[in-house]
Design a protein around this ligand. Structure first.
Ligand code: PEP
Ligand code: MG
Length: 895
């Protein structure tokens, strides 16, 4: 097994083995682009190290061989006293995890070689000494912090003291002698806090740094990030060892990041940040304010032009937006990294369609490159531009969205407040990986420093969180927990602010929001041809149309009233997959009727209650069938967890007790309390629900079926095309279904005779209990369709009470990585999914034309839609607002 690959040996498709960074460095090397030579230690080596606690036995010799070759090529030896080769040791996993893992630059510097580096640099101009000592102090600082585990602040504070002593705030004012003194101080810090000297042997430096990078795969922040981004924990990281080039050699040097087009909007142009006379992470860390990339043209036209050509090469080669890190060393351009860049949702849609128009990709590929989560983001409302809210700053639009919340100034408070239900905006000068918890908890992130490529911006975009960064007018004082605006207004912790990640504007107070243009397009109030939002609506239109062409799954809506049904239809629903009839009884008045029905203890009372409910039901169905004319409407018979329909037992007991105390008992309340006691359930979700209720209350299901049939007959006689289907909930055995089926058929025959309208109403069942899934073959004898109720199926397969667990221990489960996402949100393929697959198989064995759908929450979840596609269902059904997402994902699943 080979553990080390030279950059000339890899390529972009080896990301599993070489990590994203290593694979792309190899790809650029092979494209003939100027990449500093180096090699990559594979993720396989890292896995061995993480599994066994030691690197693979063969690794040392392999690294030595590659290092020898690198030294030959560079004409320098690592850490050589007279003319040292320096290397960077950089992490690089398969999926980019910005700032989450470790990097150490300037490996190879030591007391012995710092003079050699100074001499090397001095050959060109007089700045060699300062440069060499600055590089050395950076090495000890980074190495001390990341490899030896010394508190980073200790170095920062020492550096700060040195600057204060000099009366400056700029690193560049420190001269060689200052930096030399700082190096001594840093070495002292290392000695005091680790009990050992900073290692002087360059190979030892390198090996320790490699191990530190391996270890950083399992750092807390990396683990948290992976869970958040759903990156598997067992991929491990590769390590890239790359010969150093220097952006801090003077004014003709510098370092920067660039995008081949705007990652926020997707529009073509020159986007990036450049920092003169700086090294490595200075730009990404947002520590000093950068200049715009376009300004580089005036500084160094040759390098700028070369960079532009390279960006075009990269974009055509990768056929996608790329982001790039580069360094200019004394007028020579070097490429340090590239990858297919992260982008906002709007940019993703625009870029995909632009690339189709440029002939670089086809529509299938374009569809592949956008996703439902992005579409969902585009459907969020935005701030009302006409609003008179007070704008206090205009920062950089780093990640779109409209966020309103209370200002908080540290991660801890953000988490604490959000746990107690507050919406917060995390306000920082700049963020770093330690702020990750707070960023996750916050509605949005606001920083006063750093550009589009700062940590805050990159991470927020990745999470789909609203972010405004670099709002420089704001003076953020995290210690005093407040910020001050340019005109002296003070915003304290807890004050409401609003931030607009699409424009970069920051407002005091709560700003009203307006709907998104994408929603207006789906609603039909915005024409698809309109060049609204720089082509965004058109891009969405074209990709949705293609998804509709490609998808096999049909998409229906969960809707219980005409408004929802109409919206669902506008959004592209091909019917209703779940009409929850109990939702039709939620109003105060109707609820009382259902209460009467449930509490009735004799036929007369029951019949009265049913007779009152019947016309109400019928009226609802007429409206619904009208809204969905010509499309199937699956009406589910009553399935109320009883506690939702009965008076609260505690409240009622108190009322009765108080009345007794007043010696004024209320007969009705007393009777009600007795009945409620009798029907009280410890776990109503597993109680008298669904088909059980229908079997226990005579006439209930019959009344509902009659209402459905009469409504359909009325529509048909009025010239409509109603297509109802009747669905029985919470079935566990075919016997339940058979009894209900007989009753329904009787009613249908009666209605047909009375109205003269012959209706073909299919009768099917929900599969939402494990027993139903396991005996699906038998159940299909009595059911013409199945609809998987994955909410209840998840509840019963896991034994998780769906009402309680998410608020109780799910956070702990997510933190421990037991699952990466709640099984109520994304289908648990191995457990719940396996039952679905079994039921599909067995059901179709019995009845080959059995129609299959899903109507649990999972029907609108992107990942789950892909599962249902593969499981062979005919349709998914979800809430109206998720229909476009389901259509898009169903299309993506089919390509
Ligand atoms: C389900 O259980 O998945 C379902 C759709 O029914 P309800 O959520 O109404 O129980
Ligand atoms: Mg259910």
């Amino acid at each position: 097994q080979k553990f080390v690959y030279d950059f000339t040996e890899g390529n972009k498709d080896l990301k599993d083995l070489l990590g994203g960074k290593g694979a792309n460095l190899a790809e650029m090397t092979n494209l003939g682009l100027p990449v500093p030579p180096g090699f990559t230690i594979t993720t396989e080596a890292c896995k061995v190290y993480l599994d066994t606690g030691a690197e693979p036995a063969a690794l040392r010799a392999e690294v030595s061989a590659h290092l020898d070759a690198l030294e030959q090529q560079m004409g320098r030896r690592l850490g050589d006293a007279a003319d040292p080769l320096l290397v960077s040791v950089r992490s690089g996993a398969k999926f980019s995890m910005p700032g989450m893992m470790d990097t150490v630059l300037n490996i190879g510097l030591s007391d012995a070689s710092v003079g050699g580096l100074a001499a090397q640099a001095a050959a060109a101009d007089g700045s060699g000494d300062r440069f060499a000592w600055d590089s050395y102090r950076r090495l000890i600082q980074m190495f001390g912090k990341t490899v030896l585990g010394v508190e980073g602040d200790l170095f920062e504070e020492a550096l700060e003291r040195a600057k204060q002593a000099k009366g400056t705030s700029d690193d560049l004012d420190l001269d060689a002698a200052d930096l030399k003194a700082i190096v001594e101080e840093f070495k002292g810090i290392v000695r005091d806090h680790t009990g050992r000297d900073f290692p002087q042997d360059p190979r030892e430096q390198m090996d320790l740094a490699v191990h530190a990078v391996f270890d950083s795969w399992n750092s807390d922040r990396a683990k948290l990030y992976r869970r958040q981004e759903r990156i598997p924990g067992d991929l491990a990281t590769a390590v890239n060892i790359c010969s150093m080039v220097f952006g801090n050699l003077g004014a003709d040097s510098g370092t920067g990041v660039a995008f081949t087009r705007d990652p926020a909007s997707g529009h073509a142009g020159v986007y990036g940040d450049y920092l003169q006379n700086a090294q490595g992470e200075d730009v990404v860390a947002g520590i000093r304010n950068t200049m715009q990339l376009a300004e580089l043209e005036g500084l160094d036209k040759t390098s700028y032009d070369r960079l532009m050509t390279i960006m075009e090469t990269l974009e055509n080669h990768y056929r996608d937006l790329c982001d790039i890190e580069f360094t200019i060393e004394r007028g020579k351009l070097w490429m340090l990294q590239t990858r297919v860049g992260k982008r906002t949702a709007a940019a993703a849609f625009r870029i995909a369609v632009q690339l189709v128009d440029q002939g670089l990709i086809d529509l299938d590929e374009a569809l592949h490159r956008v996703n439902g989560a992005q579409l969902a983001q585009l459907m969020f409302p935005r701030f009302d531009e006409a609003t008179k809210a007070e704008r206090v700053a205009w920062g950089i639009a780093a990640s779109p969205g409209a966020a309103v919340g209370k200002a908080v100034f540290d991660s801890y408070t953000a988490v604490k407040w959000s746990r107690s239900g507050e919406q917060v905006i995390l306000v920082r000068r700049e963020t770093n990986p330690d702020d990750l918890d707070g960023m996750i908890a916050a509605e949005g992130i606001l920083t006063s420093r750093g550009g589009k490529t700062s940590h805050a911006a990159v991470v927020a975009r990745g999470m789909g969180k609203t972010c405004v960064c670099g709002a420089e007018e704001l003076e953020v004082d995290t210690k005093k927990r407040r910020f001050t605006t340019a005109d002296g207004k003070v915003v304290e912790e807890g004050d409401l602010i609003s931030i607009d990640g699409s424009t970069g504007k920051v407002y005091l107070g709560e700003v009203p929001v307006v709907p998104s243009p994408v929603v207006e397009y789906f609603e039909g109030t915005l024409h698809a041809g309109a060049d609204e939002q720089g082509g965004l609506v058109q891009a969405v239109h074209r990709l949705m149309a293609h998804a509709d062409v490609r998808r096999r799954l049909r998409v229906r809506a969960n809707a219980d009233n005409a408004d929802d049904a109409n919206r669902a239809r506008r959004f592209g629903a091909q019917g209703i997959g779940l009409c929850r009839t109990e939702h039709m009884f939620l109003g105060e008045e109707r609820r009382r009727e259902v209460e009467q029905l449930i509490l009735a203890d004799n036929d007369k009372d029951r019949d009265t209650a049913l007779a009152t409910l019947m016309p109400l039901q019928k009226g609802d169905f007429v409206e619904l069938f009208q809204a969905m004319d010509g499309l199937p409407v699956t009406v589910r018979l009553l399935d109320p967890p009883l506690h939702e329909f009965l008076p609260d037992i505690t409240e009622l007991s108190v009322r009765v007790a108080l009345a007794e105390a007043r010696k004024d008992p209320n007969e009705n309340d007393l009777r009600l309390l007795q009945a409620v006691h009798k029907l009280h359930e410890q776990n109503p979700m597993l109680g008298l629900r669904g088909v059980r209720l229908g079997l226990v209350i005579p006439g209930l299901f019959g009344m509902q079926v009659r209402a459905i049939a009469e409504a359909a007959a009325e529509r048909r006689l009025g010239g409509g095309d109603p297509r109802p289907e009747v669905m029985i909930p919470l079935v566990g055995t075919v016997q339940e279904l058979e009894i209900v089926r007989d009753e329904c058929e009787l009613v249908l025959a009666e209605v047909a005779a009375a109205t003269g309208v012959k209706l073909d109403i299919k009768l099917g069942t929900m599969i939402e209990l494990p027993r139903a899934a396991l005996t699906a073959g038998q159940i299909a004898e009595a059911a013409e369709f199945f609809s998987f109720g994955t909410n209840d199926l998840t509840q019963t397969v896991w034994g998780f009470s769906r009402d309680d667990v998410e608020a109780s221990f799910f956070t702990a489960y997510l933190e421990k990585g037991i699952f990466g996402v709640s099984p109520f949100e994304t289908i648990d393929r191995d457990g719940v999914g396996a039952l679905v697959e079994h039921a599909v198989r067995e059901g179709r064995k019995t009845r080959p034309d059995l129609k299959l759908g899903v109507c649990g929450e999972h029907g609108g979840d992107p990942d789950s839609v892909h599962f249902f596609h593969r499981a062979g269902l005919d349709y998914v059904s979800c809430s109206p607002f998720r229909i476009p997402v389901a259509r898009l994902e169903a299309g993506r699943a089919a390509i």
